[in-house]
Design a protein around this ligand. Structure first.
Ligand SMILES: *[C@@H]1O[C@H](CO)[C@@H](O)[C@H](O)[C@H]1NC(C)=O
Length: 283
């Protein structure tokens, strides 16, 4: 009796091992990113390269490039990918011949930490799924932007010396910013830049001499991570004085709002509101 149980157990164990091994070794593929071109600035982006492929857990990517001029920076989200923001990477590879194994399902974002290169196409975004032979349900794609709104500063006017000197004042006055929101500054970086400065006095006098941070890519993503007042000016002569200055008041995360409410789309909210008018059934 005992022996039979043990035998059955061993048999099952062997079968499981076999299945796992087969699943792992028969399906795992190795992809060379960009094929013969390798990892480089690419006019037709890497989305074309990735388009017809299905990446599975266990597959690997090989990035081949000149390590003197390049690297592979893995970033955590679609927003970092979109704005080529390598300031908080989840991994950095720089051997010139990197093998990255895709160990979990979900979205993977790879960019070059060289902002210029990234913007001109050296970035790859792929979705990794469980191997269908494992019959594990696929998770929904994790291409979800972090909580918070993203504002394009100045909207269509972007970041440039405004016609009316109070333009950015008005732009920010009518909005409510919260921790978790993002500002994106678009501008011609041969003409302008963005300096975050620390105080009201510097802001009023347009004093660029002790900035908190300097941005000059022409497409800067700035996260509002702390509540309080944040000040941004241009350091270019006369620009700030002419009104190229922005003050935003950032409130704390709106914690009072229950999670359920936040998930409702405007349409859902309308429907919910309309339902409140429904006559209650009489008994
Ligand atoms: C970024 O890449 C560009 C284009 O290849 C190059 O001209 C520039 O020197 C690089 N910048 C840095 C900081 O390596």
């Amino acid at each position: 009796m005992m022996t039979t149980t043990t035998r059955t157990f061993c048999y099952v164990l062997v079968m499981i091992s076999f299945t796992v091994l087969m699943g792992c070794c028969c399906s795992a593929k190795i992809y060379k990113v960009g094929d013969s071109d390798g990892w480089t600035t690419n006019d037709d982006s890497y989305s074309d390269w990735a388009k017809l492929k299905e990446f599975h857990v266990g597959d690997s990517l090989i990035f081949k490039y000149d390590r003197n001029f390049n690297d592979v920076t893995q970033v955590s989200g679609a927003l970092e990918y979109e704005f080529c923001d390598s300031s908080s990477p989840t991994a950095v590879y720089n051997t010139g011949h990197d093998v990255v194994t895709l160990t979990e399902p979900g979205s993977y974002y790879f960019i070059s930490s060289n902002h210029t290169r990234c913007l001109s196409g050296q970035r790859l975004d792929i979705l990794v799924v469980h191997d269908p032979s494992h019959r594990i349900p696929q998770p929904p794609p994790r291409k979800i932007f972090p909580f918070g709104k993203t504002y394009n500063v100045g909207d269509s006017k972007e970041w440039r010396v405004p016609e009316e000197s109070d333009f950015y004042f008005k732009w920010s006055e009518e909005k409510q910013f919260h921790v978790g929101d993002n500002l994106v500054f678009y501008y011609d970086n041969e003409v302008n830049d963005v300096l975050e400065i620390s105080g009201d006095l510097e802001f009023i006098s347009c004093d660029p001499t002790s900035p908190v941070s300097v941005h000059n890519t022409g497409q800067d993503l700035i996260r509002l991570t702390k509540p309080g007042i944040h000040y941004f000016i241009s350091s270019k002569t006369g620009h700030c004085e002419a009104g190229l200055k922005l003050r935003v008041i950032v409130g704390p995360l709106p914690k009072a709002v229950p999670k359920k409410m936040m998930k409702l789309s405007p349409l859902d909210r309308l429907i919910k509101w309309l339902r409140t008018f429904k006559p209650k059934p009489h008994h």
